[in-house]
Write a new protein. Structure first.
Lengths: 284, 171
């Protein structure tokens, strides 16, 4: 039989005695001075003290710690330098993140991208991939019991992922936007004016989407964003991001301009989706 | 009745395997056709009539889990079951390598029928080198799993004790 040695509790010296006091629990009260209350963002006159516990090994020996600290002075100084550098880096990262968030808000306002998080829908987990070899689908863990119906749009964030292809009571199959049988009307975004309109379809043997623009005088530029048009009769609300232009395809003698798009959402790495219960048109 | 029950359980079993286990066990992104392999085994055991019927029912159940047009697997499984039944009637003897051989060739035939009929009913993307590649890999995978699926499927389909006829040179 395996014997586990009994752990001895930490001890502290009893003043005026040679004996040690075994520490099992530490009960604390705080904050005990006004400055501490202010540090925690509270008002000293209004907030009552609170009680909490600490682990037994939180006891310290000031004298021993002081002597240890003297012995490790150089090491601690170096450690402080490292921590200061890390703090500076963290503050810089925080500032950069704040700036990025501001830029994102400005960009969203500029592009007039809808806030999908505000749209009515059902969140679902992706539980399985495609069953067959000739389709690009995945399974989600919500079905008709959760109000999901066939042809409902499926999104991740503000990006279109696909539509509901089949529903059972507790599961549903989502047809991905890169499936060759999937098609959606789109509009290219331009900074100042509505861009060209066209249709996007999945392609056989490629994860890129194929964009066809019917106006041969239109301009397609790299990194342009295509969003759903949300025209009458469409299954999809207006403004869902579909993909970004990777490259234009030489149309040859055809009057239709063509380009390949990379999906906004990485369709092979989706864990959670939202099934929109939203009719065609602008997202409310 | 018991044989039909066994075949019903076989359909259920292969569909569960197809839709759960083998969606995760893909070779280069391609899953085997477990249902088709079971159809090949049943058709080889019992001939054209049972092969067609079992193929149609199994294919129809598999179709319920696919986004491709309903009936496409049913038709391709039934046609493949018929072809294997015809092939079986001309066989004099069998070999231990029958399962992987029939699994591979039958899988290839079933896959080609699937994409051919699919293209005819409007799945234009099926006629591509990418689809052909998927059919070839699936056929190779079918040959591998046939070694495990054949004995089970043939036992489920057997209407009388013919165990001796499946040994080399005994038929």
């Amino acid at each position: 039989m395996l014997k586990v040695p009994q752990l001895q509790p930490p001890t502290i010296a009893i003043s005026g005695s040679q004996q040690q006091f075994p520490v099992r629990r530490i009960f604390c009260v705080g904050p005990t001075y006004a400055e501490h209350v202010r540090e925690m963002g509270n008002a000293p006159q209004r907030d009552l003290p609170f009680f909490f516990t600490n682990p037994a090994d939180a006891v310290v020996s000031p004298a021993v710690d002081f002597l240890n600290g003297l012995g490790r002075a150089t090491e601690l100084a170096n450690e402080n330098d490292v921590l200061r550098r890390r703090l500076a880096q963290a503050q810089a990262d925080a500032l950069a993140g704040k700036e990025a968030r501001a830029t994102l808000s400005e960009t969203q306002a500029l592009l007039d991208l809808p806030q999908i998080s505000d749209a009515d829908g059902v969140a679902a987990n992706v539980i399985d991939g495609a069953t067959g070899n000739f389709e690009r689908t995945f399974q989600i863990d919500k079905g008709s019991d959760a109000g999901i119906k066939r042809d409902m749009p499926v999104v991740v964030g503000a990006g279109l992922v696909g539509k509901i292809a089949a529903v059972s009571k507790s599961r549903a199959t989502v047809l991905r936007i890169d499936d060759p049988s999937f098609g959606v009307g789109v509009q290219l975004l331009e900074p100042s004016a509505p861009g060209a309109t066209g249709a996007v379809k999945g392609q056989v043997g490629s994860t890129f989407l194929k964009l066809s623009v019917f106006d041969s005088s239109a301009k397609i530029t790299k990194d342009q964003i295509a969003v759903t048009r949300g025209s009458v009769g469409s299954l999809f609300p207006k403004g869902l991001a579909v993909g970004t232009v990777v490259r234009s395809v030489d149309p040859g003698a055809a009057s239709t301009l063509e380009a390949e798009l990379r999906t906004v959402v990485d369709l092979d790495r989706i864990d959670v989706v939202k099934v929109l219960n939203t009719p065609a048109g602008p997202i409310p | 009745v018991i044989r039909r029950l066994r075949l019903g359980l076989l359909v259920l079993g292969v569909v569960v395997l197809q839709t759960t286990l083998f969606t995760h066990l893909r070779l280069d992104g391609v899953a085997p056709d477990v249902g088709l392999v079971a159809v090949l085994a049943v058709a080889y055991e019992e001939g054209t009539e049972t092969g067609v019927l079992f193929g149609f029912i199994t294919g129809l159940v598999v179709d319920l889990f696919l986004a491709t047009p309903l009936g496409l697997s049913a038709l391709s499984f039934a046609l493949t079951g018929y072809a294997v039944g015809v092939f079986q009637s001309g066989m004099v003897r069998t070999t231990p390598r029958l399962a992987p051989l029939l699994g591979g060739l039958g899988g290839l035939l079933g896959g080609l029928v699937f994409i051919g009929v699919g293209a005819m009913v409007g799945q234009s993307g099926f006629l591509s080198s990418h689809s052909l590649r998927a059919v070839l890999i699936a056929a190779a995978y079918d040959a591998l799993i046939a070694v495990a699926i054949f004995p089970v499927a043939r036992r489920a389909a057997r209407s009388h004790d013919t165990s001796a006829t499946w040994r080399v040179g005994r038929r």
